[in-house]
Design a binder for this molecule. Structure first.
Ligand code: GTP
Ligand code: ZN
Length: 189
């Protein structure tokens, strides 16, 4: 969580931006905006000041299934080049080992944790896999992200509707091409 001192810094910076773009930061519609933006940034950039993601539960399952796949998990993040949102869906699969699985809700929570910092899509893709590896140590991980980037849609190159896909594979998803194919077939549906 961004502390009060740093929220005050954000408020000050937002006031400066508002006057630099020709606005009066004291007009009624804007007077609360710097504090609101500071609270908003505390939400969307929570990770850098938070403890490592450790809010997870592991369960023992004898003879677990081959692949656990969570499809179409929504995410929102901020691009580190323009501080504009990029957002979309994540597909995450893992192959259990040590007869161990993770509480299902912890995977979307992990994605939120990884999303709440300035990012590029490729790093977000890898960091989800890295964190899941650290927590669960599965035999393989596949992460695929499809996203739209506001910095490419509402400004600059101005191409609305472009979907950027990125993926990362580790362990059995790298060595077993049938498994990788199965993942790709399942997320295509
Ligand atoms: N690889 C990658 N690039 C990104 C991501 N988000 C934004 N970008 C790109 O980062 C680049 C930054 O390029 P710069 O030339 O420094 O910035 P710019 O002048 O604002 O570039 P334009 O967006 O082309 O107007 C742009 O090409 C963006 O499209 C991302 O998640 N991954
Ligand atoms: Zn950008």
């Amino acid at each position: 969580m961004i502390d009060e001192k740093n929220q005050a810094k954000i408020e000050h910076a937002v006031r400066e931006i508002l006057s630099a773009v020709g606005e009066d930061p004291d007009r009624p519609g804007l007077v609360e905006t710097p504090a609101r933006v500071a609270r908003m940034y505390a939400e969307v950039f929570a990770t850098k000041t938070a403890a490592p993601f450790d809010n997870y539960k592991l369960f023992k399952v004898e003879h677990p299934t081959e692949m656990v796949l969570l499809k179409d998990i929504p995410f929102y993040s901020m691009c580190e080049h323009h501080l504009l949102p990029f957002f979309g869906t994540v597909q995450v699969a893992y192959v259990p080992q040590h007869e161990q699985v993770i509480g299902l809700s912890k995977i979307p929570r992990l994605i939120d944790y990884c999303s709440q910092q300035p990012n590029v899509q490729e790093r977000l893709t890898v960091s989800i896999a890295t964190e899941l590896q650290r927590i669960l140590d599965p035999a393989g991980i596949a992460v695929s992200i499809t996203a739209r980037h506001m910095c490419m849609e509402m400004r600059g190159v101005s191409k609305p509707g472009v979907h950027t896909e990125s993926s990362y594979y580790s362990g059995q998803f790298k060595t077993d091409l049938d498994l990788k194919r199965e993942f790709l077939q399942r997320i295509a549906k």
